[in-house]
Design a protein around this ligand. Structure first.
Ligand SMILES: O=P(O)(O)OC[C@H]1O[C@H](OP(=O)(O)OP(=O)(O)O)[C@H](O)[C@@H]1O
Ligand SMILES: O=c1cc[nH]c(=O)[nH]1
Ligand SMILES: [Mg+2]
Length: 211
């Protein structure tokens, strides 16, 4: 079984609590999602492979570590995943970015895919699939499936969310046991409308000011 990690660093908890508040407006919500994503990148990238490189300091030559091999692609699930991209590219500026457009039917809660545009070499990259909300897990499972069908490796995938429901974590783990899952919070359950409780509401609407 791959990794499942709740990243409960105090700064992350503090910022996430701020944006759970329904009175927080679009500007602060967007800025804070970006900040949390940057903080999460430290931990999500912890296992990135390193190689030895020679470097000449002003004092002497030495051998030190540098990132090796596998490059990163960030794959936001549209729309809400877009809110996490800038925070991650702040730390990994050379990452390529692919897009999977998906919306969840409000009645059936089933995901519908409407757009896919990926870097050509996803099979050779570590993939950070990002979406602030992991609810039933339907969207995440469909996105991972879309990536696998295009050659991406399950062991190279990390799913990164801000708020997850136990149902969503279970859905990914059952369908794709080799995908690592990182979340800033594991909440209680889903309500009858499929929203995470306590959650933070509809992340896409709060990020983009829609209803
Ligand atoms: O785990 P699930 O039950 O599939 O729900 C989670 C999905 O729902 C939200 O997207 P939404 O459909 O609201 O689209 P949006 O990002 O365009 O708002 C959210 O950003 C996830 O993609
Ligand atoms: O709580 C939820 C569940 C799905 N999508 C959201 O944006 N929020
Ligand atoms: Mg939405």
């Amino acid at each position: 079984m791959a990794k499942f990690e709740v990243m409960d660093h105090p700064l992350i908890q503090h910022k996430l609590t701020m944006i759970r508040d329904k009175n927080v407006g679009t500007k602060v919500f967007r800025e804070t999602v970006r900040e949390i994503s940057t903080l999460m990148t430290y931990e999500v990238s912890r296992t990135m492979p390193l190689k030895d490189v020679e470097v000449e300091t002003p004092i002497c030559k030495t051998t030190k570590k540098s990132l090796a091999g596998k490059k990163v692609a960030i794959i936001p699930i549209l729309r809400a995943g877009l809110g996490m991209v800038d925070g991650i590219t702040e730390m990994i500026p050379a990452a390529k970015i692919g897009f999977i457009g998906m919306y969840r039917d409000e009645t059936t809660l089933k995901p519908h895919e409407y757009f896919v545009k990926l870097p050509e070499d996803i099979a050779e990259r570590q993939l950070f699939i990002v979406d602030p909300m992991l609810a039933t897990g339907g969207s995440a499972v469909m996105a991972i499936d879309a990536l696998k069908k295009r050659g991406a490796k399950e062991t190279a995938m990390k799913f990164v969310s801000l708020v997850a429901a136990p149902e969503g974590v279970k859905a990914i783990q059952e369908a794709f046991p080799d995908v690592d899952i990182f979340t800033a919070a594991l909440d209680d359950h889903l309500n009858e409308d499929g929203y995470i409780v306590p959650g933070l509401g509809d992340a896409g609407d709060r990020l983009f000011g829609t209803k």
